[in-house]
Design a protein around this ligand. Structure first.
Ligand code: CUA
Length: 328
């Protein structure tokens, strides 16, 4: 009977392993995490099959005959059996704990040549600061989209301005909460080029479902080119860059037809900024509490004047004015 349970368990585990349940693995950590996941899953499937098999067999074999209303015969446990069913789970659970701990330490291993990226979260957007990349005005580069070179370990330092969010790129597997007042950390070494979603996985309010960004993994040469382009844009600004900024930084809260954004936390900008002049748009961005659109709360972050360079702000205003038909 136990053998049948084991056979069924092994068969189920094999089926489970060959269905692609998980997203693509695009980091060194993903392979470590996935191995832990499958080892634990296989153990669980086998244990479940044995327990369920024995239970089903016992229910069938020892059921009371029709009309039998007597109490069951009194029995006094079975010391040998009890030792076995205590020992096996103890060994399994302890083994899994030790193995997971070792895997986590391995995943968080930080080589000396790693890069640091600060992950800033707030209702309802992500931004990323590169402390060792300088742009116009001597401030560190901050973007709404995460861009990293392939095959270099990145240490993410994660903070929140308000409630708890959670930073997660599914293809990288590593996930970490963003908590106000402390800096949490996680480590990822991307191994695949491409664009992956950055997702908030902690219910954080009205805009939670739209609190997304992108992680772009480039070759080292493309990454260097991207850095130079960001430095140029921070220096020169312009409406084209304004649109990119808008999509990345504002789109999760505002509808703007031209940018194709769908956020509903803040006012629809096609209406709120229709025909607005540059001064009003600039004020709305850097000092959003000054004038609150009817029916909305004073919820917009007040720090865009610090996050964006002057050129970025001007580019954003120029873009918004063009997109909403304002003449100035
Ligand atoms: Cu931020 Cu959910």
């Amino acid at each position: 009977m136990t053998l049948v349970g084991v056979a069924v368990g092994v068969a189920l585990a094999i089926v489970a392993v060959f269905i692609p349940w998980l997203p693509d693995a695009a980091s060194e950590q993903a392979d470590i995490i996935d191995t832990v996941y499958w080892v634990v899953t296989i153990i669980c499937v086998v244990v479940f099959a044995v327990v369920a098999g024995v239970s089903a067999y016992a229910v069938y074999k020892f059921r009371a005959p029709p009309g039998d209303t007597d109490d069951g015969s009194p029995i006094h446990g079975h010391t040998g059996l009890e030792i076995v069913w205590t020992l096996i789970p103890t060994i399994l659970v302890t083994g899994i704990a030790v193995y997971s701990g070792v895997a986590l330490a391995q995943a968080e291993d930080l080589p000396p040549d790693h890069r640091v990226v600060q992950v800033n979260s707030e209702q309802f957007k992500w931004s990323f600061t590169y402390p060792d990349i300088e742009v116009e005005g001597g401030r560190p580069l901050t973007t709404g989209e995460l861009v990293v070179p392939v095959d270099q370990t990145v240490r993410f330092e994660i903070t929140s301005k308000d409630v708890i969010h959670s930073f997660w790129v599914p293809e990288w597997r590593m996930k970490q909460d963003a908590v106000q007042g402390i800096t949490t950390e996680t480590t990822v070494k991307p191994t695949e080029l491409g664009t992956f979603p950055v997702v908030c996985t902690e219910l954080c309010g009205l805009g939670h479902a739209l609190m997304r960004s992108q992680a772009v993994v480039l070759t080292p040469a493309d990454f260097e080119a991207w850095v130079r382009e960001q430095q140029r844009l921070a220096r020169e600004g312009g409406a084209v860059q304004g649109r990119d900024l808008f999509v990345a930084q504002c789109g999760s809260c505002h509808i703007l037809e031209d940018a194709g954004t769908q956020g509903q936390v803040g006012p629809n900008l096609d209406e709120a900024l229709q025909g607005a002049d540059a001064d009003f748009i600039m004020e709305s961005i850097v000092d959003p509490s000054a004038e609150i659109a009817e029916g909305y709360q004073d919820a917009m972050p007040g720090n865009f004047g610090e996050i964006f360079t002057e050129q970025q702000l001007e580019g954003l205003v120029q873009y918004l004015q063009e997109a909403t038909g304002g003449g100035g």
